[in-house]
Ligand binder design. Structure first.
Ligand SMILES: Cc1ncc(COP(=O)(O)O)c(C=O)c1O
Length: 401
């Protein structure tokens, strides 16, 4: 599909703001929805609403079928060995909290260690802090260098016999850098450490093969990959999921319930307590279909990277010698201009981008800034939009100086 053809699938790209065409460059926060996602949500809400896995009636069977077919499609998309390894959640934050809590119950004791990289989104840091607080375990930091690259070379020296888990993003939501998960998982595996990957940004820009990556868990959100908000996935290796305790108790996660106690359903139902996202989760299916047809041109990314990395007065974070290891997520700060002021001016020019701490406060501290501006591109963003963004940014900077 060409970019022009792709754009026709996204109704919001037709809208204007302040009388100007909307240039949506906040895709790392949430992507836009294609008509196919909206249609799937509407079809299930209008015609196939019934609770899942419970009743024997016709509509319940159809709703359950949509949901379970989606599980198989997601499993195939990420090359899971077994579709039962796909647990549906409300998003990456839910998936990571579920992983941290459940692994923590199973694995972590006083004095154990968990390693987290310095470039993590709060969703892949705070749950581990909470776990360490609960279990009197130690949180260790895998540092990043001045450009934001994770110091993988230091990993082996951080691991001790007490280290049980390492948690890291596949792709940083601030720096746009792809972490070498295969290499990291290999080091961890050799040392008996489980690798938990936050794939919230990775799934959007990389072809994910969880078996080839060699990690133990991989989490992501539907809303960043063109599906409905409130949808998400936790993939985990089945032998681990089988052993892990459920986080929530309630309907459909049980095998039997007696006054004396309960037993749990098999995975994935063990982790899907209560009524699930009946209309939302199946939107992952058309989202995957459209992702498979998206153009793969790197022209926009190369242009924005080249421009921002050489523009006087702009400090681009996440610079790299190998542009192949960067996705089109560009965070930067501008000398003498506050990020919020620039974002407000650019908004008036029709450009939606993110400003602030990007849910990664420790990384802001590491980079010595209070916040940044972030322009994040999707395959429906055009070269003209990128050029308009660059010229608008230059204008906005001039206005503030
Ligand atoms: C790297 C990363 N991890 C986790 C999250 C949390 O995702 P959600 O808010 O969809 O749960 C985000 C969202 O921005 C993210 O970029």
């Amino acid at each position: 599909m060409t970019t022009t053809e792709l754009r026709q699938h996204f109704p919001q790209l037709q809208r204007t703001v302040y009388g100007k065409p909307l240039i949506y460059l906040d895709n790392a926060a949430t992507s836009l929805r294609p008509q196919e996602t909206i249609d799937k949500w509407t079809e299930i809400s209008a015609q196939k609403t019934a609770n899942l896995h419970r009743a024997v009636h016709r509509v319940a069977t159809e709703a359950t079928q949509e949901y379970e077919d989606t599980r198989k499609k997601v499993a195939e998309f990420i090359n899971a060995a077994d579709y039962k390894e796909v647990v549906f959640t409300s998003g990456a934050t839910h998936s990571l909290n579920l992983t941290a809590w459940s692994l923590g119950e199973m694995l972590i004791g006083k004095g154990d260690e968990i390693i987290v990289s310095e470039a993590e989104h709060h969703s892949n840091l705070v749950p581990w802090q909470m776990l360490c607080g609960r279990k009197e375990a130690t949180l260790k930091r895998l540092p990043v260098d001045q450009s934001g690259s994770v110091r993988t070379d230091l990993l082996q020296s951080l691991i001790t016999p007490k280290t049980k888990i390492l948690a890291i993003a596949h792709v940083s939501n601030v720096l746009g850098l792809v972490n070498p998960i295969q290499e990291i998982a290999e080091i961890c595996g050799r040392n008996g450490v489980l690798t938990v990957v936050d794939g919230a940004q990775g799934i959007v820009h990389q072809r994910v093969d969880v078996q080839a990556l060699g990690c133990d868990f991989y989490s992501f959100s539907g809303h960043k990959m063109y599906a409905a908000p409130g949808t998400g996935v936790l993939w985990g290796r089945k032998e681990l999921l089988d052993k892990m305790p459920p986080l929530f108790g309630g309907g459909e996660m049980i095998e039997t319930v007696k006054w004396q106690g309960s037993t749990w359903a098999r995975v994935p139902q063990k982790f899907e307590a209560g009524t699930q996202n009946i209309s939302g989760t199946p939107t992952l299916s058309p989202a995957i279909d459209i992702m498979r047809q998206m153009p793969e041109s790197e022209e926009v990314k190369d242009y924005v990277y080249r421009t921002l990395s050489s523009e006087p007065g702009i400090r681009l974070f996440g610079v790299t010698d190998n542009i192949k290891l960067k996705v089109p997520v560009f965070s930067f700060s501008v000398e003498g201009a506050h990020h919020e002021d620039l974002a407000l001016i650019l908004d008036k020019m029709g450009i939606a981008l993110r400003s602030g701490q990007m849910c990664a406060e420790p990384l802001m501290d590491r980079m010595g800034v209070t916040g940044m501006l972030r322009a994040s591109f999707a395959p429906y963003n055009t070269m003209q939009e990128a050029e308009y963004f660059v010229s608008s940014l230059r204008k906005a900077i001039k206005m503030l100086k």
